[in-house]
Design a binder for this molecule. Structure first.
Ligand code: SF4
Length: 726
């Protein structure tokens, strides 16, 4: 096909010989784009396209989605199970039977020697909800370890915690359609155009139509900040101060929704007393912005007919991430902006199925938002699964970020990692490496054999990728969408559901506890269990989901086509039916720049890559557009340090050091640097990652570093290659 000029040097787009299109949902981010994979006459995936009638993306895909089909043939896919006795020996290829027998035997040995909780399970936000549910059943109903969590603690646990504290339950109350109704949008700590490009496209289209004000709060001049009407470049870690101060102005100027507050919230008196201390003059000094900006934004937000807030990791990945989420919810509650078109508090989720794990994996509780701490919920699930109620713990166990320290102290001896890569994703890489070396048994289950963490494993189980199996994902706006199998997994790789079921067969379990083999059968259990719950799937089927290109929960007799918004009647999930207004004193406990480490270190994403590059690092075009770990450095700081544009520099923190290429730009302040999160042996070597007390999420974005000039640029380039090699 010719594109552009047709005579001299025309641009040629190869026409792919597609014999059939397979419907799926993108397996990278939580936007939830509907994708069709084009298969040739031999069943090979040759292209991908957005689905034109999908409500989420209307045919659009971002760069990652466009090349999604290339994943099926990407390098270093796991094709056969691997085992070894000691982690420094070479792996041997083996059969599924041997690998699973060994895994089951090691789990049993560790649990019978040290106790059930001495074996931990850490999963992901990337597998199907049916798989999450089955893993939860295996872990809670058979293994009985309470040290079970997902890597979503690194990205979304502050949002979960904040929603629970404010509204009494997890579950984002809004939807993308709110962009078409809002009169003011506040985005805090989110670089939407790079993180979630198709959600940004939805927002941009809505803004082009209606021109509502967009305010972006971010210490960095991100792409999103450049598109905004107002950019508030606050000092790192001062978001709660700003949000308290916005509420201060709104209350002081009588812009709050008195009737809504009286009818649907509790705690107003304590809340108003606390925000009374956050006058704009004081707040502006702490935040490093001018006080009139605070007043202007508060007035815009308070006077808007409908106003909404969105946020991502800039809020969540903080020592007070949960408080940041609650502060955003507070702002929306006092202005009556929850559950109405254009008025909401919408966390933009990270991974494609971070929502699915929250709903059904039983990591932090029991399926369909049931709580281990609730006697009735424990009794219900014990009866449904046919397990002894006493087998369930009465409160959740360790979060992922507490599981690794528990390995350090010898409390945990064995670990099962499922589609997660802590050697790259956890802060303080050196500490994680030592931790993994201490394990008596590590099993890594992943689609890629070369995932960095596999270096420390005793067993590797090759898993199928998205598009090689079936099941559902839930996106940011609670839309459940389906992935159909487009191609078969390579070699002997198996769907995660098959692996969980095969492992379950190797344990003694109660007679009633069944492990259905097909995703459709598992989905039936999820429908039944969610009936009457907030995340109600009871009105959905796999077929209806595909036909509608996704359905938003709750979907039941009252909402047969799903529901775009939660809390539309002002009723919340706390026992009194009200939302809580929670006073949030500012606690400044981050590592801060000082004389030895004078720069704030911030991290984030680039549009070309996904998380630890296990997938996108193997896609030619994505690597071509973003090949190198780099650091944004302000030109005035660079001049002071004698550093030139594109020169390699050493970045040093109290934990370790990393070699990166300096990119001089005024996107960062003179006392701050930014490094993308994606590259192995890079920014997470440097990060401290102090934990939020509520969500246990690490503060990836608030560490202190110094920058050293490197005389030998040739060797520096080699050191930089280490981060690129993976
Ligand atoms: Fe996939 Fe997210 Fe890109 Fe959509 S925006 S194509 S879901 S990576």
């Amino acid at each position: 096909m010719l594109f552009g000029r047709h005579t001299k040097n025309p641009i040629r787009i190869p026409v792919k010989p597609v014999a059939k299109w397979a419907y799926t949902t993108c397996g990278y981010c939580s936007t939830g784009c509907s994708i069709e994979v084009g298969l040739d006459a031999h069943g090979h995936a040759v292209t991908a396209r957005g689905v034109a009638d999908a409500p989420v993306n209307a045919g659009k895909l971002c760069l990652k989605g466009i090349f999604k089909h290339e994943l099926f043939t990407s390098a270093n896919r796991g094709r056969v199970p691997l085992t070894r006795e000691r982690s420094y020996e070479p792996f041997r290829e083996t059969t599924w039977g041997t690998a699973l027998d060994k895994t089951a035997a090691e789990i049993q040995r560790i649990q019978s020697t040290y106790g059930r909780d001495a074996f931990a399970v850490v999963s992901t936000g990337q597998i199907m909800t049916e798989e999450f549910y089955t893993l939860g059943k295996l872990t809670r109903g058979v293994l009985g370890t309470n040290n079970y969590d997902g890597n979503t603690t690194l990205c979304m646990s502050s949002a979960v915690s904040g929603y629970k504290r404010s509204f009494g339950s997890d579950g984002p109350p809004g939807c993308y359609d709110d962009f078409d109704h809002t009169d003011c949008l506040l985005a805090v700590g989110s670089n939407l155009p790079e993180q979630h490009p198709v959600i940004y496209w939805r927002l941009k289209e809505a803004r082009d139509r209606r021109q509502f004000p967009l305010i972006v709060v971010d210490p960095r001049v991100t792409v999103f900040a450049q598109m905004a009407d107002m950019h508030l470049p606050i000092n790192p870690g001062t978001d709660v101060v700003l949000l308290n101060s916005l509420a201060h102005v709104i209350l002081k100027e009588n812009l709050h929704a008195r009737d809504y507050i009286a009818a649907h919230t509790s705690g107003f008196e304590e809340f108003s007393k606390l925000v009374g201390q956050y006058d704009p003059t004081t707040a502006a000094r702490l935040c490093g912005i001018d006080e009139d900006s605070i007043r202007n934004v508060a007035r815009l937000y308070g006077k808007a007919e409908a106003a909404m807030s969105i946020w991502t990791m800039g809020i969540n990945q903080s020592t007070h991430g949960s408080d940041g989420v609650v502060a955003i919810n507070n702002l929306n509650l006092v202005t009556g902006n929850i559950g109405k078109p254009g008025g909401t508090s919408l966390s933009i989720t990270g991974q494609c199925n971070a929502m699915g794990t929250r709903e059904f994996s039983s990591c932090s509780g029991l399926p369909a938002y049931r709580a281990l701490e609730n006697d009735a919920d424990r009794a219900f699930m014990a009866d449904y699964w046919g397990v002894d109620e006493e087998f369930f713990p009465t409160k959740r166990g360790l979060f992922q970020t507490d599981i690794f320290p528990a390995i350090e102290t010898g409390q945990i001896k064995g670990l099962w990692l499922i589609a997660t890569n802590p050697m790259s994703s956890m802060p303080n890489t050196a500490r994680i490496r030592k931790t993994l070396e201490k394990l008596e048994f590590l099993v890594v289950q992943d689609a890629y054999a070369d995932v960095e963490t596999t270096q420390y494993a005793h067993v590797y189980l090759p898993a199928a990728l998205w598009g090689e199996k079936e099941g559902v994902f839930t996106n940011t706006e609670r839309r459940v969408n389906i992935v159909r199998r487009a191609v078969n997994p390579p070699g002997a790789a198996k769907p995660d559901l098959w692996i969980f079921n095969a492992l379950a067969k190797r344990f003694t379990k109660p007679a009633k506890l069944r492990f259905p083999e097909t995703p459709a059968e598992v989905f039936e259990e999820m429908r039944t269990l969610s009936n009457g719950r907030l995340c109600d799937y009871s009105g959905m089927t796999h077929g209806a989901i595909e036909k509608n290109r996704g359905i938003q929960w709750p979907c039941n007799a009252a909402h047969p086509h799903g529901a775009p918004r939660l809390y539309t009647d002002g009723g919340f999930q706390h026992a009194d039916g009200k939302a809580k207004l929670i006073p949030l004193p500012f606690v400044d406990n981050n590592e801060r720049p000082d004389g030895h480490y004078p720069f704030w270190l911030n991290s984030g994403r680039v549009v070309e890559h996904w998380h630890t590059r296990t997938k996108t690092g193997k896609i030619g075009n994505l690597n071509k557009f973003s090949p190198t770990p780099y650091m944004e450095l302000n030109p005035s700081a660079a001049e002071r340090l004698g550093i030139r544009h594109m020169e390699y520099v050493r970045v040093v923190s109290r934990r370790s050091d990393a070699v990166v290429m300096a990119q001089l730009t005024e996107r960062v302040a003179p006392d701050a640097v930014f490094i993308p999160m994606h590259f192995h042996e890079c920014v997470n070597r440097l990060a401290l990652g102090l934990l939020d007390p509520h969500s246990r999420q690490p503060a990836f974005k608030q560490s202190a570093v110094r920058i050293e000039k490197i005389a030998d640029q040739k060797n520096a380039a080699l050191a930089n290659l280490v981060a690129r090699a993976y």
